[in-house]
Write a protein of this length. Structure first.
Length: 132
């Protein structure tokens, strides 16, 4: 067999979340709470997009994951907002779900064109007609 060369990219942070791949990009949340993007075809730089987790903790990421629906990535924030990143337009949105800024837990779930999330007080939110 032929020897293959390995390449590496030092991102200088820990990766807290699961890794999502859409087209030529790798996405994850770093241990600093920022959402990152790496183009895996050139594999030469990392793009810090936006802070989406105000209190990153390893224990939280046992149940809290980035979720991909089509070309969008969703994440339940700690401040009552659903994070959405459109990988095609590179648009970032936060959908405010509760006025008390209660932490959202677990993963967003998509059923048809609706997204469901739960907050720390066991309140379930249904987001209808999502245009993200």
């Amino acid at each position: 067999s032929k020897n293959k060369e390995a390449s590496s990219l030092n991102i200088n942070i820990g990766v807290m979340s699961n890794i999502i791949i859409i087209d030529k990009y790798i996405y994850f949340i770093g241990n600093d709470g920022f959402f990152y993007e790496v183009e895996h075809t050139s594999f030469n730089s990392i793009n810090k997009i936006i802070k989406i987790d105000t209190n990153p903790s390893e224990n939280k990421y046992l149940t809290k994951k980035l979720v991909k629906f089509n070309n969008k990535i969703y994440f339940c924030s700690d401040n009552g907002k659903l994070f959405c990143y459109d990988s095609l337009s590179k648009e970032v949105k936060f959908i405010n779900l509760n006025m008390e800024n209660q932490s959202l837990i677990g993963n967003p779930i998509k059923i048809n064109n609706e997204i469901y999330v739960v907050d720390i007080n066991s309140v379930i939110y249904k987001i209808i007609d999502i245009d993200l």
